[in-house]
Design a protein. Structure first.
Length: 244
């Protein structure tokens, strides 16, 4: 069972296009046909063209590309703000908000033409955002699944709550979890492929693979291919094995 996966995008449309170029080259080399590409969420925030990323994915899926897109915590905060300007995601620290500079919400709004929220009252910022963001983008993000399983691999944005069957997992854990998952070495019965926690490079921990290689902070956007539980990072020169 062959599956491609792409880590946290964060508005970097150029990096996303290049990741898909590497996948196309791998398809040509290895004859992987229409194996699906799973995007692990965090489409928006921090990067320069969040709107472009969302539209690229909508257009590709509408054209019949074998793509899946999961929901990340930043995606959930984005549409949560649009639904309620006082929305506070339950996974976010109490003193922060989606528009705090650390979260990168202002970059997302800027990509939709909304003037920077700094030193502006919240109400007009929210009104401008509601007017600017197409309903199709909101519906697309809100309807994203939070996890997928193919064979012996589960794909999810942040991780899982160990010991909890997948159908019983809480969405907040799936898009936010770190403690209790990252430090748990047990075999979950499947390999978990995730992002959310930024690293310098994709890393295989034996029971999980983290492919968030810090595109949000100037790093690369990682694309991998899995054959069963075997993982390979895609580079311009071809596949590089990713092992524990």
């Amino acid at each position: 069972m062959i599956t491609y996966a792409i880590g946290d995008i964060h508005g970097h449309i150029d990096l996303l296009r290049r990741a898909h170029d590497r996948i196309a080259a791998d398809r040509a080399r290895h004859g992987t046909g229409d194996a699906p590409v799973i995007h692990l969420g965090d489409l928006v925030d921090r990067g320069p063209d969040c709107r472009g990323v969302v539209q690229f994915l909508i257009d590709g899926m509408a054209a019949g590309q074998p793509w899946q897109v999961l929901k990340g915590n930043h995606d959930r905060m984005f549409t949560g703000f649009l639904s309620d300007m006082h929305h506070h995601d339950e996974g976010l620290r109490g003193e922060l908000s989606w528009l705090h500079p650390r979260l990168g919400g202002a970059a997302t709004l800027a990509s939709y033409g909304v003037r920077h929220p700094a030193d502006r009252p919240l109400a007009p910022v929210h009104a401008d955002a509601v007017a600017a963001v197409p309903q199709a983008h909101i519906d697309f993000i809100d309807s994203r699944p939070t996890w997928l399983q193919r064979g012996e691999v589960v794909y999810v944005h942040a991780g899982i709550r160990p010991g909890v069957p997948m159908p019983e997992q809480r969405e907040t854990d799936l898009v936010w979890i770190r403690a209790g998952f990252l430090d748990d070495p047990r075999d979950h019965g499947f390999l978990v492929v995730h992002g959310h926690t930024a690293l310098d490079h994709a890393t295989h921990y034996g029971n999980r693979v983290n492919i968030d290689s810090s595109a949000a902070y100037g790093g690369p956007l990682t694309a991998i291919v899995l054959e069963g539980r075997e993982a390979f990072v895609l580079t311009d020169q071809g596949r590089v094995p990713l092992t524990p």
